[in-house]
Design a protein around this ligand. Structure first.
Ligand code: FMN
Ligand code: SF4
Ligand code: SF4
Length: 583
């Protein structure tokens, strides 16, 4: 793999050119088929209040690879996300992350513990995303898909990991730029052209975000959580959510659930992480104290369950000693924690049966199958990471919302709030104090349990064939599992055996390894398929076969003439600039 492989975001102008061109030539936007664009059902209101801000659906990407680059956020929005927990920003923004860093083969593991852009680049990506959404929703082809009123959305910032970093001029500047992004919006505005030119003067709300989820990294001491939250409330006048770790449950409970109850004998829960993390007793004090602190200052406070779980890297596929677990087992841990916290702090949380005011946001193994049951507990919103890294990618969001809508309609309700109240009445009729308690208990039940190891151990399909630059089983997985939309497909040339050929925008690839995990053939698609570069410096720093493009033409390559001719013919396939990237 390349030694220098920083993500190099595409400019706003390039992204708009790509959208317009892709739509005209392939009827897709950032490779998402139109059937996977979510359209609000006017008869069912999925909206909720995110710390007082209206938000049209209770779903969105969790801080992670799906909320880092502008096109990722747009893809999530097209899929129906309306709450975006943006990728965590922190002072150390030039760190090297070891690769591969994502392993979604069975449950979920990652070692992607930091943002990969500089803080300034992150600001630009979030501003570009906000502008793209405003432009796309007014552009006729997208307006026809999402409907006349796609509903309000919320960008929720995420920062970490200590007070010194968060108070630094760099991170403080980021927070201020997100509160008032007018300078960055005006800097980018001249890039609005092509089909989007009629909207160039569009008013764009300069306040991109005024809420924040604090990502408390493993080992963050309670005093630090407290002082950061107070700092964000006092210095930046933000409403704050504290993202808690599953270690709050204590080692015995966590190991008992993961290893014994769910049967993941191969997961080695890292015991020493528990000593360093926030403990349950101090956790419940802190929630009560910080809620009061926020209230006294006219601000809102919430918690998020949960961040990932620290485990030993027993698989050895990713290079670090420690890895972070997500997905199905984390779902059981987070729901257990929700029930225990609600029990310990009666009347505190904004959950049915508890009727407090502390909003509980949720991210842990959300799927289409459990979205409704999880939301019924009262958590708001549900955010997703692992499930979107599976085949289908962003295309998995709209079916989740459709399933939720069907559930609400089947209960003869017309909105999320009344449906939840109905579920709470049913839980009480069954002898439960709350839907949260009922749901947590259902996850402990013996018998068929979708969270158990044997139901999450199936490996991705494999075929006995080494991957080539041209031709493959054309499963399209590399396109959909890539959070950055770095892969794109083009119809094969006449005479080629397969229907589609696959190309990589190398500058959007951070070598996370996810496409390699799901590719049925042997080899790394991100390295083997034709790698296209737009930036001469990035091209020069790369190794292996690659193609530098200018205006749709290959201007440099390390490949032989025949291969280069084939790639150029693929690029020429429609109209000389089939990817729309150089307009
Ligand atoms: C690849 C990857 C990167 C992540 N990066 C962050 C991050 O930057 N900040 C953060 O607070 N959480 C991060 N997370 C945790 C997610 O936001 C989420 O809380 C967790 O994965 C549980 O949700 P899931 O089971 O749907 O994946 C990351 C998770 C994954 C898998
Ligand atoms: S192309 Fe593959 S390795 Fe690169 S970012 Fe996408 S999924 Fe990860
Ligand atoms: S490169 Fe692999 S993942 Fe991509 S379409 Fe071909 S076989 Fe599928």
């Amino acid at each position: 793999m390349d030694e220098t492989a920083p993500l190099t975001p595409m400019s706003l102008g390039t992204l708009l050119g790509r959208v317009e061109h892709e739509w005209e030539t392939r009827g897709r936007i950032f490779d998402l088929p139109t059937g996977r664009v979510w359209r609000r059902d006017p008869a069912v209101d999925l909206g909720f209040s995110f710390l007082g801000r209206p938000c049209a659906t209770p779903l969105g990407p969790a801080a992670g690879p799906h909320s880092q680059l502008a096109q990722n956020i747009v893809l999530s929005w097209l899929g129906g996300s309306r709450l975006f927990e943006l990728k965590t920003v922190q002072i150390l923004d030039q760190l090297e992350i070891n690769r591969p860093c994502i392993d979604m083969q069975t449950v979920g593991y990652n070692i992607e513990w930091s943002q990969e852009l500089t803080v300034a680049q992150s600001t630009t990506e979030y501003v570009k995303a906000a502008m793209l959404i405003e432009l796309l929703r007014r552009w006729e082809p997208v307006a026809a898909l999402v409907g006349p009123d796609p509903g309000p959305h919320v960008f929720d910032m995420s920062v970490g990991y200590d007070l010194a970093g968060i108070s630094s001029p760099k991170v403080a500047g980021f927070l201020r730029s997100m509160r008032n992004a007018s300078a960055e919006i005006e800097r980018l505005r001249p890039e609005i052209g092509g089909a989007f030119a009629p909207f160039a003067d569009l008013d764009i709300d300069p306040c991109l975000a005024d809420t924040l989820t604090l990502s408390t990294f493993h080992g963050c001491p309670p005093e630090e959580i407290e002082s950061i939250t107070k700092h964000l409330i006092d210095e930046h006048e933000l409403d704050v959510i504290v993202k808690l770790n599953p270690t709050l449950l204590g080692y015995e409970t966590v190991a008992g659930i993961v290893n014994d109850q769910l049967g993941y004998t191969d997961i080695s829960v890292k015991e020493q992480a528990f000593a360093e993390d926030l403990h349950f007793g101090r956790g419940i004090e802190l929630i009560a104290e910080l809620n009061q602190y926020a209230k006294d200052r006219g601000r809102r406070f919430g918690i998020k369950l949960t961040n990932t779980l620290v485990v030993d890297n027993t698989k050895g596929w990713m290079p670090d000693e420690t890895m972070y677990l997500s997905g199905p087992p984390l779902h059981v841990l987070a729901c257990t924690l929700l029930d225990r916290l609600a029990d310990a702090l009666p009347g505190t949380f904004a959950l049915p049966g508890h009727d407090g005011d502390v909003m509980v946001s949720f991210s842990a193994g959300i799927t289409k199958e459990n979205l409704a049951a999880t939301l019924a507990t009262g958590v708001n919103p549900t955010t997703v990471c692992s499930d979107l890294l599976k085949p289908g990618g962003y295309g998995r969001l709209a079916p989740m919302l459709k399933a939720l809508t069907s559930e609400i309609v089947a209960a003869e309700c017309t909105d999320l709030a009344s449906w939840r109240a109905d579920r709470q009445r049913q839980a009480e009729a069954g002898g439960w104090t709350s839907t949260a308690a009922q749901y947590a208990a259902s996850l402990q039940a013996e018998g068929a349990n979708p969270y158990r190891a044997e139901n999450n151990s199936k490996l991705p399909r494999e075929v006995d064939h080494d991957l080539d630059m041209f031709g493959c089983v054309a499963c399209n997985f590399c396109v959909t599992v890539c959070p950055n939309d770095a892969f794109t497909s083009i119809k094969s040339l006449d005479g080629m055996a397969d229907r589609q050929q696959y190309l990589v925008f190398a500058e959007l690839c951070n070598e996370c390894g996810n496409c390699m995990t799901f590719c049925p053939e042997t080899g790394d698609p991100a390295m083997i398929k034709p790698r296209l570069f737009l930036d001469p410096d990035r091209y020069a720093a790369s190794q292996g076969p690659a193609f530098l493009l200018a205006n749709g033409q290959i201007t440099a390559t390390r490949s032989d003439e025949d291969t280069t001719t084939l790639v150029q013919r693929l690029l020429d396939r429609t109209d000389g600039n089939p990817l729309g990237v150089d307009q």
